[in-house]
Design a protein around this ligand. Structure first.
Ligand code: UDP
Length: 195
């Protein structure tokens, strides 16, 4: 089946390739589609946090991330097609985005971290357009400025790395004001690629 339910969270059962195609297609649409990854840790948070759970259930896709999800599916006799995690997706998404001229905005992590991750991808994919970068430590009063910066950048994909569930709540609250076609919560992704 194309999706399944685990602890009241609807999760997509798709391959990495189909996940990336969906994000790229969303990037080309005017409205902002929301995406999330859920690992075992996220499932624990969702179990207790109804708001996060409801937001996840309204997303275009929730990707099954990591071995904890694989194990949970095995126990529930669900044939999971793929491990769709941010670490594996990031370079593949950058490659597709570069080929299709889709710009990316990287929001989140400590100052300088996303810049390092961006430089790495830029080196691998020279045609990649990282349209803008902003760290994830801004005040509520600065939020409008951050949104304006994203919109002015011309980016069509927003990667938001502020940890779950903060990033998912942020996307849900602000997606109607964003001119990107896809917004994805990516957790500790920028830290991983900054090293
Ligand atoms: N972060 C942020 N702003 C905050 C709190 C956290 O940008 O106010 C960043 C933090 O620097 C890190 C990421 O959010 O880059 C959270 O990573 P973590 O691995 O904790 O997230 P998870 O993958 O567990 O959701």
């Amino acid at each position: 089946q194309k999706q399944f339910r685990l602890f009241n969270v609807t999760i997509s059962n798709i391959t990495m390739g189909d996940a990336i195609s969906s994000v790229i297609n969303s990037a080309k649409t005017p409205q902002c589609d929301s995406y999330a990854f859920v690992n075992a840790d996220c499932m624990n948070i969702a179990y207790k946090n109804e708001q996060y759970r409801q937001i996840l259930n309204r997303n275009t896709h929730v990707f099954a991330d990591g071995s904890g999800l694989r194990l949970a599916c095995k126990i529930h006799h669900i044939a999971l097609k793929d491990n769709v995690n941010g670490t594996d997706m990031f370079p593949l998404l950058c490659q597709q985005a570069a080929e299709q001229g889709v710009g990316i905005f990287m929001l989140g992590a400590k100052p300088g971290i996303a810049n390092k991750a961006a430089a790495k991808m830029q080196q691998r994919f020279p045609l990649l357009r990282i349209c803008g970068i902003h760290d994830g430590y801004f005040s509520a009063q600065q939020t409008d400025d951050v949104i304006n910066k994203i919109n002015a950048s011309g980016a069509k994909i927003l990667l938001l790395a502020m940890g779950a569930p903060t990033q998912e709540l942020w996307i849900a609250e602000h997606s109607s004001k964003l001119s990107v076609g896809a917004a994805i919560g990516v957790g500790g992704l920028f830290d991983f690629y900054a090293d």
